[in-house]
Design a protein around this ligand. Structure first.
Ligand code: SAM
Length: 278
């Protein structure tokens, strides 16, 4: 009978964020596959967990998968953890999970901390639809291309970024998305110097430049989607049409609104109809 693979989230800073179920699971399995066994050894020591660790990081992942899957098939329950947070989220583990699934092994989530979700849930930007973008390229040219592709994305965007690149990255975002685009800056979540702020990209450049401490530690950037700008355009159009409709017909008001704003007459006309029907 094959065993089970538990994908276990661990804290992203504050050790009290370790869940009861995570501790129980890590104690109960035969082996723990970890991104870095030295880092995870400290975590296990803190929670008095004596289960043996084995490395399963990006470099050896492919070679190691077969060995780990064979152990699972022999009936050894296994847990997968990363250095911090949820495995597979900008962390290794995908190949092991896929291989286990392909061999009919049940993969069980033991959810917990994830920096992206912790940031999204606290920065005060729309959370109904979002796109997790992980780390952008370390090469400036590549990074700018990636941002260009995301410029018109209407969902909230979540990025991870290394502290030594944060200033350059935010400057690139301000250039491509516009300095007025809202951004959530979530640094050192759950740790002593936790900083959660919402401002514009232009303001964030100044904030980071003026305080070198903001270029230290671990950082998540949550960028408002292009939709918020579109909402503002819609709001402005509504204001204009509402005023024009006080003195003009729907046809004349929408023609004038289209001339003044550059939007298509058909769009202005449709909106004018909706506004008069209210
Ligand atoms: N698997 C992790 C998770 O579930 O969030 C992410 C691992 S990824 C290698 C590390 C990146 O996550 C950091 O560079 C940073 O962008 C983000 N991160 C992790 N912990 C964080 C924290 N406490 N505060 C802010 N960002 C954090």
């Amino acid at each position: 009978m094959s065993a089970q693979l538990f994908v276990v989230a661990t804290p992203i800073g504050h050790l009290d964020d370790m869940t009861f179920r995570a501790i129980e699971t890590l104690k109960s399995v035969s082996i723990i596959a970890a991104e870095d066994t030295r880092t995870s050894a400290q975590l296990l020591k803190h929670f008095n967990i004596s289960t043996p660790l084995t490395a399963c990081h990006d470099h050896n992942e492919s070679n190691k998968i077969d060995v780990l899957v064979q152990r699972l098939l022999k009936g050894e329950n296994m847990a997968l953890i990363s250095d911090a947070g949820t495995p597979l989220i900008s962390d290794p583990g995908f190949k092991l999970v896929r291989a286990a699934q392909e061999h009919g092994i049940r993969v069980i989530p033991v959810p917990g901390a994830c920096a992206a979700i912790a940031a999204l849930s606290t920065v005060g930007l729309p959370s109904d639809r979002f796109s997790f973008e992980g780390f952008l390229s370390s090469k400036a040219s590549q990074r700018l291309l990636q941002l260009e592709k995301l410029k018109d994305e209407t969902q909230t965007l979540i990025f991870y970024e290394a502290p030594h690149r944060i200033l350059e990255c935010v400057k690139n975002m301000a250039d491509v998305f516009g300095a007025d685009r809202p951004v959530g800056f979530a640094r050192e979540i759950t740790k002593t110097f936790e900083t959660i702020r919402k401002m514009t990209l232009g303001e964030l450049v100044k904030f980071i430049e003026s305080d070198h401490n903001q270029q230290k530690g671990e950082i998540v950037l949550v960028v408002g989607g292009a939709t918020q700008e579109k909402d503002m355009e819609q709001e402005k159009l509504d204001q204009l049409l509402t005023r024009l409709l006080q003195d003009l017909s729907v046809k004349a008001a929408s023609q004038l609104a289209a001339d003044l704003t550059g939007i298509k007459k058909k769009v202005a006309y449709q909106r004018a109809l909706e506004l008069t029907a209210k």
